[in-house]
Design a protein around this ligand. Structure first.
Ligand code: PLP
Length: 412
């Protein structure tokens, strides 16, 4: 019998830098994105669910989850970024401010005539590509999506439904990004809309991160309405755009005394954790297939804009084996009596599994204490997706699937 893999973690000892990127995640910028999203007929604030009985069981004061399975009927938060970046791009090309191109204008014949036909390219593990394809489709634009090896048919079909050209490549996520970027470059009016940044490609990813800000501003208002000032925020990361957006926003919001902020990654793709362990401020890449059930987190090269924010503002980085996310899915799916059920998929649930492990397993006491997690803690989690792959969700929730090898947890 194989041993169960352990969580790996480090506190943030990276020397602080000029901290230039965090200002792009200001409260004002994030609210600007929120105004844009509110112009969509599909828009509604996603629920912030308070799990009072679980908080008590775990020994926390309060525990909240921002449930992104309700976002625009797409089951994940990702559409916030792609739609906002496309709007910012179109606004820029037309010499307008994004406030002048709400949904009704973007989808008008007049604008379509002025802007003409472009092709938006992207690479994706599923959710981002679906969001970009959805937005491009709504705006009558073309979209090409490349997905990595291991992408399930369900994820592919969900993108194809949005009239996008979509393929599964024999490449990992980061190589698919390079492929799509090259294709965009070689296509007349081809535009790369990628949810990660690299040197020389930072404007669109910054807009994408600002788009994610909508979930942060909503959660902030919802917490405030419930009389909560969060003490801890746990956020999952692939390339780190979501984490950079959320941590950037709350660092600006609570400049003097920010919450403790923890980044959780899939163990197979823990580039941020490894960069934090190296602690010289440089990024460490993870390469290869990165097999994990957390498809959305299977990215080995960090976003350069986010990395600047995370190294200056995250408190800890945790590398999580698949059982952490699988436990999280089951805890959300089988709540304590009186708590609401949350349907949380593989990339959505890892922070719940992590908080559960920290509060219940003696082997992680040191990290729990370092983070000062206890009866005064008011914790915010983001369930970033619902059952975006429904078959996989049931295998985890009902059959005890734990890892990519399809073995139930008991066999590992
Ligand atoms: C559901 C879900 N959660 C979290 C993430 C991680 O976001 P990021 O790559 O910005 O770190 C992704 C990325 O695709 C995702 O699909």
């Amino acid at each position: 019998m194989m041993d169960k893999a352990e969580l790996k973690w480090t506190l943030n000892h990276i020397p602080k830098t000029d901290d230039l990127a965090v200002k792009n995640m200001s409260v004002e910028e994030m609210r600007r994105a929120g105004s844009f999203h509110r112009s969509f007929p599909q828009y509604s604030v996603t629920p912030l669910t308070r799990l009072s009985n679980l908080a008590e069981y775990l020994g926390l004061k309060r525990l909240y989850v921002k449930d992104e399975s309700y976002r625009f009927g797409l089951n994940a938060f990702k559409v916030l970024g792609g739609s906002y970046a496309i709007a910012r791009h179109i606004a820029k090309e037309l010499g307008k401010d994004v406030s002048e191109v709400p949904y009704s204008v973007l989808t008008s014949d007049e604008l379509r005539e002025k802007f003409g036909q472009a092709t938006f390219f992207t690479a994706t593990d599923g959710n981002h590509g679906r969001g970009v394809a959805w937005a491009a489709n709504k705006l009558g634009q073309k979209c090409v999506v490349r997905t990595p090896k291991g992408t399930t048919r369900t994820r592919l079909q969900n993108i194809a439904k949005e009239n996008a050209e979509v393929t599964i490549e024999d490449l990992n996520y980061d190589d698919c990004v390079r492929m799509a970027a090259k294709e965009a470059e070689n296509t007349p009016r081809g535009i790369m809309v990628q949810d990660t940044a690299w040197e020389g490609y930072e404007e669109i990813p910054t807009w994408i991160m600002q788009g994610y800000g909508t979930l942060a501003t909503e959660a902030d208002s919802q917490l405030e309405e419930d009389g909560c000032r969060p003490t801890h925020i746990f956020i999952q990361a692939g390339v780190g755009s979501l984490a950079g957006a959320v941590i950037g926003y709350f660092s600006n919001r609570y400049k003097e005394n920010p919450p403790v902020m923890v980044v959780a990654e899939a163990g197979a793709a823990d580039c941020l954790y490894r960069s934090a362990v190296q602690a010289d401020g440089n990024r460490v890449d993870v390469t290869g297939d990165m097999l994990t059930i957390m498809a959305g987190l299977a990215c080995g090269e960090a976003n350069t804009v986010s990395w600047d924010i995370l190294k200056n503002h995250a408190d800890a980085f945790v590398s999580c084996p698949d059982w952490v996310s699988a436990n999280g899915t089951r805890i959300y799916g089988a709540p304590l009596k009186g708590d609401e059920r949350v349907i949380s998929g593989e990339s959505g649930s890892v922070t719940m599994g992590l908080v559960h492990a920290l509060m219940t397993k003696p082997e992680y006491k040191e990290l729990k204490e370092a983070l000062k997690l206890g009866p005064d803690s008011e914790v915010l989690l983001v369930s970033s997706e619902g059952d975006t792959d429904p078959d996989r969700y049931l295998e985890i929730a009902w059959e005890g699937l734990c890892g990519t090898d399809k073995q139930p947890f008991a066999d590992l």
